[in-house]
Design a protein around this ligand. Structure first.
Ligand code: ZN
Length: 456
C-alpha cells in the first residue's frame, strides 16, 4: 500500500482512496505572470510522477491543477507593459503549457481558471460571513483566523506561536497578523468584478477552495504543491474549508525546494533559472532524471555539475537502448520480470522513493550490458524491456523514433539547428526548436549531438 508523508500529521500516512479504484488530486498551479523556473519544473515533475505511478498501479486518477489568472503580479506587469492583464495571463499560460509539454509533464485532466470562479468565490465569502468567520477591513474582506481552533496545523505551529513570529507592519486593518484577505476592494484599477461589497478582486487563498470542491467534491484524496505553499496558502485554504465544514483534502503532500548553493531558488530572491533557459542546452529528460534521483521531499541541488551527471547517466541509458534495439529482435514479445516489478512497487510505495527505484533501474542497465557481453540475448532483452517499462512508468522514455521514420523536412531543420548551435546563434536554434515542436518533435541536446523524440 502506498504511503506518503502527510504534512497535516507530520508523518507517513497510508493512502486509501475515498472512492476505491479512483484517486482525486488537486495540485496548486502557477500564477501566470512570468516564465516557469526550475522550482516550478520540480513540483510539476514530482506530481506528474505521482500521477503516473498511481495510473500504473491501475487507479483512475482525476488530476486537477488551476491557473491563477487574477493576481497583483499579473496586474503590475500589465501596467508596466501597457496591456491588459488578461493578455499577460493568457501569454504566460500558453508558455507554461508549452514548457511542460517539453518536460513531458502530462496535462492535468482539468485546468480551472480563477477568473471563471469569481462568482463562486463571492458565494463562499458570503457563507464565511454568515458563519461569522469574515469581517470588513479598510481595504478588503478578511478571514478571521481565530475562528479555526487548529489554525497553523500545516505549519506545524500553534496560532499563538505563529502570531508571535509574525511581522506586525502590514498594510490595512487586520484583527490578527494571521488573518488573510478574501476580497480586495478595487483601488481604482479597471480590473475588477462586482460584488456585494462593491467592485474588487478575490484574494488568492479562496480560489483553490472553490475550484477543488467544485471539481473533486467536498472530500478528495490529496492536495499538493511545493513546500512554500504549505503555509500560508494551504493552511488558509484549509481554514476556510474547516469553517464550511468540508471534509476537504484527506492528505497534504509537499515537495522540497530547488536549491542554488545554500539558498532556495525563487523569483523573489532573484536566483532563478527559467526552464526554457535550461532546456536550451539540456535534454528535458535529464532534468526529470535529476528530479527522480533525489527524494521528492529533499532539497534538490541543481547546478552545472548535477545536471551534467544526470545528462551522462541518461546517455548511458540511451547507449544501452541503442545496443538492444540494434539487435533487431522483437521486444514486444518479451515478458516483464515480476521480481523487478515488485521491487519497484515496494520503493515507490515507500513515500514515493524514486531515488531507490531509479538506482535499481540503473543496476538493471548494468545487467543488460553484462548479459549482452555474455551473449545471453533473451535474458538481456527481458531485463531491458522491464527497465524500459519501469522508466516509462516514471515518465522517462528511452525509445526515440528510428531515423527512417523522421520526415525529410524535420531532418533538414535538425541540420540547420546544428549549424546554428555551432555558430552560437541560440536565438535561431531556439526558434528552430519551436518549429520542430510544431511538427510534433522535441529536440534534445546530448553530448552525442541532437536527439529527437516524437511527442504526438
Ligand atoms: Zn492553491
Amino acid at each position: 500500500m502506498l504511503r506518503l508523508f502527510d504534512t497535516a500529521i507530520g508523518d507517513l500516512a497510508e493512502i486509501v482512496p475515498v472512492i476505491p479504484g479512483k484517486f482525486s488530486m488537486y495540485v496548486c498551479g502557477p500564477t501566470v505572470y512570468d516564465l516557469a523556473h526550475l522550482g516550478h519544473g520540480r513540483y510539476a515533475l514530482v506530481f506528474d510522477v505521482l500521477r503516473r505511478y498511481l495510473e500504473w498501479r491501475g487507479l483512475k486518477v482525476r488530476h486537477v491543477s488551476n491557473i491563477t489568472d487574477v493576481d497583483d503580479k499579473i496586474l503590475e506587469r500589465a501596467e508596466v507593459e501597457h496591456r491588459s492583464p488578461f493578455e499577460v495571463a493568457s501569454e504566460f499560460e500558453a508558455k507554461w503549457f508549452s514548457t511542460m509539454d517539453q518536460l513531458g509533464v502530462l496535462k492535468p485532466h482539468l485546468v480551472p481558471h480563477a477568473t471563471e470562479y469569481v462568482e463562486q468565490m463571492i458565494g463562499l465569502i458570503e457563507s464565511l460571513f454568515k458563519a461569522d468567520a469574515a469581517y470588513i477591513g479598510d481595504d478588503g474582506i478578511y478571514f478571521d483566523s481565530a475562528k479555526v481552533a487548529d489554525y497553523g496545523l500545516l505549519a506545524r505551529q500553534s496560532l499563538d506561536s505563529l502570531k508571535a513570529g509574525a511581522r506586525i507592519a502590514e498594510k490595512g486593518f487586520k484583527r490578527s497578523p494571521m488573518d488573510f484577505v478574501l476580497w480586495k476592494f478595487s483601488d481604482g484599477s479597471s480590473w475588477s468584478w462586482d460584488s456585494p461589497w462593491g467592485p474588487g478582486r478575490p484574494g488568492w487563498h479562496t480560489e483553490c477552495v472553490v475550484m477543488s470542491v467544485d471539481l473533486l467534491g467536498e472530500q478528495f484524496d490529496l492536495h499538493g504543491g511545493g513546500l512554500d505553499l504549505s503555509f500560508p496558502h494551504h493552511e488558509n485554504e484549509r481554514a476556510q474549508a474547516v469553517v464550511m465544514d468540508y471534509k476537504f483534502a484527506r492528505h497534504w503532500v509537499h515537495n522540497g525546494f530547488v536549491m542554488v548553493g545554500n539558498d532556495k531558488m525563487s523569483k523573489s530572491l532573484g536566483n532563478f533559472t527559467t526552464l526554457d533557459e535550461l532546456l536550451l542546452d539540456t535534454d528535458p529528460r535529464a532534468y526529470r532524471l535529476l528530479v527522480l534521483q533525489s527524494h521528492y521531499r529533499s532539497p534538490l541541488e541543481v547546478n552545472a555539475q548535477t545536471l551534467s551527471e544526470a545528462s551522462r547517466a541518461l546517455m548511458r541509458l540511451d547507449f544501452t537502448q541503442e545496443r538492444v534495439t540494434g539487435l533487431g529482435v522483437d521486444l514486444k514479445g518479451s515478458n516483464l520480470d515480476e521480481t523487478e516489478l515488485a521491487a519497484f512497487t515496494q520503493s515507490m510505495d515507500d513515500d514515493l522513493d524514486t531515488a531507490s527505484a531509479t538506482a535499481r533501474l540503473f543496476e538493471l542497465r548494468s545487467s543488460v550490458n553484462q548479459l549482452l557481453d555474455e551473449g545471453r540475448i533473451t535474458e538481456a532483452v527481458r531485463t531491458y524491456v522491464t527497465m524500459e517499462h519501469l522508466f516509462a512508468a516514471l515518465g522517462l522514455n528511452l525509445s526515440g523514433p528510428p531515423a527512417s521514420e523522421v520526415p525529410p523536412n524535420v531532418l533538414e531543420l535538425l541540420e540547420q539547428r546544428a549549424v546554428a548551435r555551432t555558430d552560437g546563434n541560440y536565438v535561431l536554434s531556439d526558434s528552430i526548436r519551436q518549429e520542430l515542436l510544431d511538427f510534433g518533435y522535441v529536440v534534445e541536446d546530448t553530448f552525442g549531438g541532437q536527439k529527437i523524440k516524437k511527442v504526438r
